[in-house]
Design a protein around this ligand. Sequence first.
Ligand SMILES: Cc1cc2nc3c(=O)[nH]c(=O)nc-3n(C[C@H](O)[C@H](O)[C@H](O)COP(=O)(O)OP(=O)(O)OC[C@H]3O[C@@H](n4cnc5c(N)ncnc54)[C@H](O)[C@@H]3O)c2cc1C
Length: 426
Amino acid sequence: MSSEEGSQAGADLAREVLAWLEEHWDPALSVEEWWRLVGRAGWTAPHFSLEEGGRGLPRSADRQVRALFASHGALRPPGGLGLLMAAPTILRHGTPDQIARHVPPILEGGRAWCQLFSEPGAGSDLAGLSTRAVRDGDKWRITGQKVWSSMALEADYGMLLARTDPGVPKHAGISWFAFPLDQPGVTIRPLREMTGEALFNEVFLDGAICNDADLIGGENNGWAVTQTTLFFERTGIGAGGSHAAFPNPGRKGGALGRIAGEAAKDVPPANNKVIAFDDLALLAKRMGRNGDPQIRQKLARLWSCIQIGSWNARRSRAEAKAGGGAAVASIGKISQTRIMKLSAEVALDILGPAGMVTADLGIDHGRFVDAFVFAPASSIYGGTDEIQRNIAAERTLGLPREPSPDKGASFSASPRREQPTRSARG
Ligand SMILES: Cc1cc2nc3c(=O)[nH]c(=O)nc-3n(C[C@H](O)[C@H](O)[C@H](O)COP(=O)(O)OP(=O)(O)OC[C@H]3O[C@@H](n4cnc5c(N)ncnc54)[C@H](O)[C@@H]3O)c2cc1C
């Protein structure tokens, strides 16, 4: 598409969204009622096809639609991990029945999801996970422990990986479940991070139950399904997305019963974990540091990284359309990590001693300091920088694969680092 055609398409979309909002936005509706309207009209995921519940628009339409909702004063469409990862995974690997039961509640904001992948002994080596799922008639009984599970306390469902066959090589005996969290066999405990927040949790599963009807992509095929989830996580992060949604979807998020017009006023203008370049340039002016050559040089470097990152995101979308793109998604993830860290570092350089003051006493309610203490996490979530470099090295540069001593051996016969088993109670 030429840039002229692109701006014409953008203007057409803006007209369509604003006309729809004129007709439908009613600040007196509840958030639940509003999100249902938005989801059914295809605005939550306009880049999904019509059959998938979207409007068949390009990926970039999503960001534009959200910005148009906000500028109109309307509550933006629901977001969160369900939209980022669970919906696209289920759309690609689920049966029609599974899609019909799980995707609309995500698009309508009625159900929140978390990702139950990492374990105390399985993070980078995710395929080494030891949570077990054992078949019991038309159900599965699941026992094990997950950790670093973002937003698990607020979630209704988890994207759960569990071992369904320990007698085969580790990648071959895993299944992906759409797992309901509200049940007696599940204990969730928050973990406090250095930001002071408790974004993530540990989740203990003790004979918890999942229906066979919620096994997505077939028994022992979970590794293939997982690649889809990770692809959408990494491309979402690489495109500047985040784990946050404002307000949280789902019953436990507390937003559904609120008045949509009130909730719309709460929505922060930008995700406070990611600092926009323009905000930094403005901050430099406000603090009288825009003439400082070192600050200018760092800002120029950051701007270059952002441009390269956006070109990479375009390349990633094009490769994904052509059926590939995993390595480019990894490069995009590394690029976004670098942008997050560099922008937080420049912010603190600009602030100088004022960067030591946090929360309400700090400049802009301490948002730059919050971003700075969160930034190191970006090297870890969605797969660490080292793992992304390994993927790019092997799949893009064609370097030799990492040695894998347990290749071909069944999971139960492989030597594993034993994890201390911690009980849910202490
Ligand atoms: C803010 C945040 C949110 C998160 N949210 C979630 C979530 O919602 N759900 C979820 O399931 N997980 C989540 N995670 C967990 C995250 O995916 C894992 O922490 C990550 O995959 C790394 O695993 P690990 O912590 O076990 O580290 P390890 O795998 O133990 O790695 C330790 C170090 O060794 C390095 N390393 C390991 N293997 C290799 C290798 N082969 N080559 C080179 N270096 C290597 C790693 O890069 C790292 O520096 C989150 C993490 C963070 C920080």
